[in-house]
Each structure stands twice: as C-alpha cells, then as structure tokens.
Design a protein around this ligand. Sequence first.
Ligand SMILES: *Cc1c(COP(=O)(O)O)cnc(C)c1O
Length: 407
Amino acid sequence: MKFNDIEFDTYFKNYPDAKGFFGRYGGSYIAPELQTAMQEISDAYQTICKSRKFISELRRIRKEFQGRPTPISHLARLSDKIGTGVQLYAKREDLNHTGAHKLNHCMGEVLLAKYMGKKKVIAETGAGQHGVALATAAAYFGLECDIYMGAVDIKKQAPNVARMKILGARIIEVKEGLQTLKEAVDAAFAAYCREYKDAIYCIGSVVGPHPFPLMVRDFQSVIGIEAREQFIEMTGELPDAVVACVGGGSNAMGMFSGFLNDPVDIYGIEPLGRGPAMGDHAASLSFGEEGIMHGFNSIMLKDEKGEPAPVYSVASGLDYPSSGPEHAFLHDIGRVKYDMVNDDDTIDAFYALSRMEGIIPAIESSHAVAYGMKLAKTMGKGSVLICLSGRGDKDMDYIIEQYGIRE
Ligand SMILES: *Cc1c(COP(=O)(O)O)cnc(C)c1O
C-alpha cells in the first residue's frame, strides 16, 4: 500500500534507516561515551534478533510465562448501548502477566541482555510501571536490576516500590533537582556510562536514542501481529479503525505496526488532561514542535527556554513531554491520525467499560476506550479495534480518592 509517497509494503525494511531515522525524526543525540555503548546494543540486536534460538526462546516465554496470545474481546454490550451498529473490540493487553503491555518489550530487552552476556539491567522509572515490568523480567532471567527513581516518586509510588523490591530489584533514590523522572533519567544514564561493560540500559517505550525506538517497536509488534490474525479469524475481515493511547507510544506502535499496510484508519490518542493550556495536558504531537530531548529528535512540548515543558495527565503513564520519533513521522505523513481525549471523558470510559463489560481498564487505556466510543458514535457502521494496554488495578486508590465510586 502506498500512502503519501511512502511505500508500506517495504516500510519495516526502510524505517528506521541505518542511523535510526524515521524521516527527519529519531537518531542518536548522546554523549560520545554512550555512543559506543549504544552501537554495541545496536550491533548485538541486529544479529541476535535474526537468530532462530533467540526468536524461539522469546516465543516460548511469551506463551509459557507471559500468557500470550492475549485474546480479543468483542465489547458487545458497550456497542449495543452506543447503538449505531458499530462494533467495538478490545485487544486484551491487560491480560499480560503483570497487567500491561510493558512486559512485551522488557522480556525482549532482558533476553537480549542475557545473550550479550550482561549481568545487570539499568533503568529509570517514574510511576514505577516500567520498573516493575523490568524487575519481573530480570527476576525471570536471573539478572541484577538497578532502578533509578526520584525521591518524590518513591514516596508517591509505595506499592510499586515494594513490588520492585520483592522482585529483587535495587532501588536507587535520586535526590537531585525536583527529585522526579527527569533527574532519574539523568542518574540512570550516568550509571550506564560507568557500567556499560557489565550492564545494559532498558528504555520503557519507543523513545530514546537509536536502537531503542526500533527495538521496542519490534518487541511490541507481537500485539499487532496477533490482533490482525485474531480479528480476521473472528469477523472475516479487517477492522475499519484501530485505536491506541500514546504516551511514549509503545503499545500504540506495537498495535499500529500490524495494520500500517492495510486500508485501516489508525488513531493515536494523547491525553488532553484538564485542557489545552500549557501544563494542563501531555498532548505532545497535537501541540508540540520539533526538538531534541533524551537523545532523540521528535515532536515535543517546550517551555519558553526550549526545555521540556511541564506536563499533566490523569494517567501517570501518559505524562511525557514527547513521543517516539516514529509517531512524529507517521503524524507528519498523515498515516496515523493523532487526536486527544480529556480527563473527564477518560473517567467516563473507565466506568463504562467496567460496568458494561466487566473489564476495569488502566486510566491510560481508558483514553483509547473513550475515543473508540466517540468513533462508534460518529461512524454509523463498521468496527473499531481498541488496544487495551493495561488493567486498572494500579489505579484503584487514585480513582476512589479523586472521583469516588460512582452509583
Ligand atoms: C506505560 C503505559 C502506557 C504508556 O506507554 P506507551 O509507551 O505509550 O504505550 C499505556 N498504558 C499502560 C497500561 C501503561 O502502563
């Protein structure tokens, strides 16, 4: 399929290019000391990802440990309630072990670390979701796991901190600056510079310097590959639309990669939060501009000084001031339409899915559900496949505190 001069039959061969660019976006803008380490990861990945042994081991782990394939559920009651005839479906990444899609790339990254002979994995975490997934993978493979976390976040995220510790990870408290995610990223990068001979850095989304946007997309593409096959088997055809929420963009890229070469409308949903004023949302592709941060060129939200702007979302997994370079590219060429959902519609969707379908979604995923419901109201006929990136257990305390339990 050709779309705006981009040939999608050969898309995955050509994007990213050898230097990690998706058009103008991506690349590797990091200190020379780190460049060597990233090159080592990139070279190892290019060889290992083609090895039969690696592929079959990852397949086995996905089946026996992660619980894959995850099913697609027909959201029949919710579709009936909307009443336009449009049918909604959900790809159930919430049924992954640990409750979200993040394990898809963490198992891949740590298996790669093992093949490279590394003893340790290093990462930062904000809300703790990436840290828990990585600590799980490290425990499974028997590697050490160092998680850098801001002191403020450690206080806020006590249950996830406990989970990581129970899984055997070492939590390194970062007390610089605002003591949150940004400082944790800096500290983790600095540690990686010191320890790269024995350790590998594991990024939590399709962001960061090359080869991470490529690698994480590849590991997450299992979502789209399974979903396409399952959907055709269930309904005899392709969905008319596919929807996923976009923070860094890994669950979305995994889902979208299965449908880029198909006549399917694709929607990436960003958090509009409390509204369009700077600081009230985290809709980087909708409101941002081109810039470099965390080692890659993409579209980002900047403050007056050109630094990453403060962002907000009701979903802690979506409050990142940029998105992966491939999303910036797909945005510019128009293959994926990026739109937004605000907090209120997100919480309505959270309750709708819980009450009508018996599925309590993560607040992140509820953004995609809300948009799927909106599409179903306007489309008139057809089908919408939603990527349900995770379950809502982690959000219970927050929902009860902020919104109460609805009658
Ligand atoms: C972390 C997270 C996200 C956001 O990350 P992406 O890289 O954009 O997928 C979305 N949903 C859930 C459940 C998460 O835990």
